[in-house]
Design a protein around this ligand. Structure first.
Ligand SMILES: [Zn+2]
Ligand SMILES: [Zn+2]
Length: 424
């Protein structure tokens, strides 16, 4: 039993798993570059106030999920519980919109939330995400969804449904909110405890509750789409029509309200049945009031976040796996203490020539070194002993063919590099 373990709800990503992670991250970077998005990296923690302000004091994130700490200087900080607010904070702080009316950003970052690990949720998970700041054009909403579609198809994930809705704006949402409260007030005793509280502070979230009892009670609740103002309705119809033009299939889902206060107009989730109750693999929406809320000029924005771990679960579901391949191409076996210096120098020259190479550091026998070379997947083993050294040669063994030959030591690096270049 190890004395120390990774904290509950966190996971180590082990070397065997890294190729999968890299593939997903690199694919995301590539798809983002096709769409003209640029990467941004923000600190792992921010002033607590930023998240309280943007997510809303009544949100689940703020009330029960944040990793908040005060540093020795007495400042209150919170580990990033979502990716949008830090990006927007950086956008304002560095005036990224200056001379650049439309800014498209992407990020790859760890997300920290105090979750229930028994429900299969992680307390540190990882997201790829995008944010577009500066345009309220419905075509941008469609582009954001389209980028999500292209990303998932590039990593081999299919079989999801895209649910889409509009949550209206500050002009039309209050009337809907009143109608929803009017509908739920007589039913409130039947709601779960969380929803009883939500009824006062944010009744829209009741539509998002995962409790069956709340789902049943809200089945015939008024639908927000019937309450949208003209601007929101036209915007939503236009988003749907752009997405139809490029062949993206959608499910209009009036229950989709998202968990954060700052969303306006379009909201969407990509739901995959094999993810169970936590079925969203990718989710996002428009947040036209957020930049102003964070102290910037009124600037429309929209984005999504996508859980890398969930993408990896889905890739497993489709039996997709990126192979690591071998660990090194060449293993240098030094036989005897006297040749170790020479072997060490050769190793350095091979690496400088771009050949992935390693040697024994455990004083093992030739036989044990060969076995180890095999485990590393080495294509070639270079054997140097006293006799080879005095003749100015090395024995080069091609592991797969079990063939060996003598190669002059001064030609060895070039020779191995040329073999590597031929892809043998
Ligand atoms: Zn509206
Ligand atoms: Zn509920």
């Amino acid at each position: 039993m190890a004395k120390y373990k990774a904290p509950r709800g966190t996971k180590d990503v082990l070397p065997d798993e890294i190729p999968e992670w890299r593939f997903v991250e690199e694919t995301f970077r590539h798809v983002c570059s096709l769409y003209g998005y640029r990467e941004i990296r923000t600190p792992a923690f921010e002033e607590t106030e930023l998240f309280v302000r943007t997510a809303g004091e009544s949100s689940d994130i703020v009330t029960k999920q944040m990793y908040t700490f005060s540093d020795p200087g007495g400042e209150s900080y919170t580990l990033r519980p979502e990716g949008t607010a830090p990006t927007v904070r950086a956008y304002i702080q560095h005036n990224l919109g200056y001379g650049m009316p439309l800014v498209k950003l992407f990020y790859i970052a760890p997300i920290f939330r105090y979750e229930r690990p028994q429900a299969g949720r992680l307390r540190q998970h990882h997201q790829v995400g995008i944010e577009v700041l500066g345009s309220s054009d419905p075509a941008v909403d469609a582009e954001v969804v389209a980028l999500g579609v292209d990303f998932l198809s590039s990593v081999g994930v299919s079989g999801y449904e895209i649910h889409i809705n509009s949550v209206g704006c500050q002009n039309c949402r209050p009337a809907y909110r009143q109608a929803l409260i009017g509908f739920l007030e007589p039913l409130k005793d039947g709601l779960c405890e969380d929803c009883k509280r939500r009824l006062k502070v944010n009744p829209l979230r009741i539509l998002d509750c995962k409790e069956e009892i709340c789902k049943a009670l809200t089945a015939s609740a008024p639908r927000i789409l019937a309450y949208l103002c003209d601007e929101c309705r036209v915007h939503f119809e236009s988003v749907l029509s752009y997405l139809k033009t490029i062949g993206v299939e959608l499910v209009v889902d009036s229950r989709l309200v998202r968990g954060l206060d700052y969303y306006t107009k379009t909201t969407f989730e990509f739901l995959h049945p094999s993810l169970g109750a936590q079925s969203a693999v990718l989710a996002g929406g428009r947040y036209d009031g957020l930049v102003e809320e964070c102290g910037g000029k009124r600037t429309p924005g929209i984005g999504f976040g996508c859980g890398i771990e969930r993408v990896l679960i889905l890739r497993q579901h489709y039996n997709l796996r990126t192979d690591e391949g071998n660990i090194v191409d060449v293993f240098v076996c030094a036989v005897g203490e006297s040749v170790r210096q020479h072997a060490f120098k050769l190793l350095k020259e091979l690496r400088c020539a771009g050949v992935r190479a390693d040697m024994d550091y455990l004083g093992r026998s030739l036989k044990a070194q060969m076995r180890f070379a095999d485990r590393l997947g080495a294509t070639y083993v270079v054997i140097i002993g006293d006799e080879e050294l005095s003749n100015g040669v090395a024995t080069l063994r091609a592991m797969r063919e079990s063939k060996q030959q003598q190669v002059p030591l001064d030609k060895l690096v070039d020779y191995l590099r040329s073999l590597e270049e031929r892809g043998s």
